[in-house]
Ligand binder design. Structure first.
Ligand code: ATP
Ligand code: MG
Length: 334
């Protein structure tokens, strides 16, 4: 990475952010903002692709996501936070890219395929949902982003974006768009508190950044461990044991976790003790975010003003790319 590195990521405002966002992307964004130019996009148009009949849900969640960003440590003086629907260049680029991507290609995207099955769309699949990876390619390329810190569910989107970059650039007299790379965190994908492979707003298996002390306690108590580990003295399994998956993702003392794992495997370490360790660590992580968030969310006017400011900055950047793409294609630019 160098001075030319531009970072873009985003979130759909479909609900408040959770620990999956935190380990998959938020934590990296907070670290990266000091050294690189970074944009964070609240993807409200993408949120509408599977909530077309419920625009209020998307609207209401914009300030919620923004409050989560600030609570997690994204600093608007270092990171440009902007709103997708305030940037018409993104929609225009999407329209241009749609002509060079085949229906077969969008249908092959494994993340989209999986989400379509999960949401049970069948024949009621919205066109916009099927093509959202193309709009995501527009988002990434409009900012000329070269790095995208995301969870591993997003790898197929990055691959598809690079295909679009390659194809579009081949149509221009000289390349305009930039290839991008995913930046995966150590925890590629955080499972849900129910043990499902992915913590996700849509699956209702989340622990929010604003979770109460009681909610955290209940979630950890109910967490799946090793069903064969009945007595404290029994040797226990680490693989598939949610408590250890979470300790790996969140505990700051890696040596301590390694020691606990060894102890658990040879027997003599109880589930209760492991859960207590995890609960303490999650309570300490979430409490300050929950408190900061509670203050920010009270001032929605301030949050929206901040988003307007960031969107104005992003507007210029994205318009510039759109004009370059149009010129490259020989579309008149007035
Ligand atoms: P929805 O269910 O509405 O799609 P979501 O919970 O999947 O919501 P997104 O807004 O789609 O969240 O994801 C935003 C970002 O957070 C993406 O980069 C994604 O990879 C990351 N992310 C979301 N959930 C997880 C998770 N469980 N583990 C790691 N990263 C995640
Ligand atoms: Mg998602």
């Amino acid at each position: 990475m160098n001075d030319q590195t531009i970072i873009l990521t985003g979130d759909r405002p479909t609900g408040p952010l959770h620990l999956g966002h935190f380990v998959g992307s938020l934590r990296q964004r907070v670290a990266l903002q000091h050294d690189y130019q970074q944009f964070v996009l609240i993807a409200d148009l993408q949120g509408l692709t599977d909530n077309g009949s419920n625009p209020q849900k998307i609207r209401d969640n914009i300030p919620e996501v923004l409050a989560d960003y600030l609570a997690a440590g994204i600093d608007p003086s270092l990171t440009t936070i902007c709103l997708q629907s305030a940037l018409p260049a993104l929609a225009e680029l999407t329209a241009l890219y749609m002509n060079i991507v085949t229906v077969a290609r969008v249908e092959r995207n494994p993340t989209v395929k999986n989400e379509i099955a999960q949401k049970g769309f069948a024949r009621s699949l919205p066109v916009g949902f099927l093509v959202y990876p193309i709009s995501q390619a527009a988002d990434i390329t409009a900012f000329k982003a070269s790095r995208v810190p995301v969870g591993d569910d997003q790898l197929p989107m990055i691959e598809q974006t690079n295909e679009i970059v390659h194809k579009m650039n081949s149509l221009f007299p000289e390349p305009v768009l930039r290839h991008c790379k995913a930046m995966l965190s150590d925890t590629g994908r955080l499972p849900g508190i129910d043990g499902n492979a992915k913590m996700s707003k849509s699956l209702g298996n989340t622990l929010l950044l604003s979770a109460s002390e009681e909610t955290i306690h209940r979630a950890v108590s109910a967490m799946y461990t090793d069903e064969k580990h009945l007595k404290v003295t029994d040797p226990g399994q680490i693989t598939g044991n949610m408590v250890f998956t979470y300790l790996d993702a969140f505990h700051t003392d890696k040596a301590k976790v390694a020691e606990m794992k060894a102890h658990y495997q040879r027997g003599g370490l109880g589930d209760r003790a492991c859960k207590n360790e995890l609960e303490t660590c999650l309570q300490e992580l979430i409490a300050p975010m929950r408190e900061r968030r509670a203050t920010y969310i009270q001032d929605k006017g301030m949050l929206m003003a901040l988003l307007k400011q960031g969107s104005e900055r992003a507007h210029d950047v994205t318009q510039r790319t759109l004009q370059e793409v149009k010129r490259g294609l020989g579309v008149p630019v007035f």
